[in-house]
Write a protein of this length. Sequence first.
Length: 248
Amino acid sequence: MRANVQHVADGTYLVHGSNTNWVILTDGDEVTLVDTGYPGDRQLLLDSLAAVGSSPEAVAAVLITHAHNDHLGSAEYLRRVHGTPVLLHEAEVPHARRDFLHQVTVGTVLRNGWRPGVLPWAAHVIRSGGTAHLPVASPAPFPAAGPLDLPGRPVPVHTPGHTDGHCAYHLPGAGVVISGDALVSGHPTSRIEGPQLLPDMFHHERARTVASLDILAELDGDVLLPGHGPVHRGPVREAARLAGERAR
């Protein structure tokens, strides 16, 4: 499998890994990496950095939308091997340390095994290291409110529900919203395409996840980069509205 790297805006790349996306933001010789895919996506991650003319050594920081293994997969590797800071919302820091785990349980997956796509998705999770114990040893909260002093100048936006500390990242100058799992455009366990929430079993608190769509709707942008599914072009507020309607 080769890394699928898509240039979506100036200095902004969406990478499709194995069922999960990550984003590379470039500025000169440095990059910001938003999420890292599954543990099993590591070579794809390294290949994607090379594809944009970068390297692991050039990653100024890893920003994590939320600390599920399909987004956190290589964060500790980059921190340990290259000294890369791993930054999250303060409520997600203990989750990244694995002080606790807000994640769908094996029992819930099995009870939903009759749903289309669930069992193949679960098999992929196991193959890709999605059930491994991979804490980040020293995750850190964002140093200050507002735009981060990193390539792309991303602005963290707290969008709780999928996990307590889930964060989207807004790139106001580029009109881009990196939505993580707060708003997606597809998933192997979903039979609809376009803006939507993940199936209910994946959310720690579904009501807060639905409420966070209103937060996303306030962000000015016309390019949505989700944690799962293809890039979505069009007003982010309309994407959030449609996902909300589909969640009723």
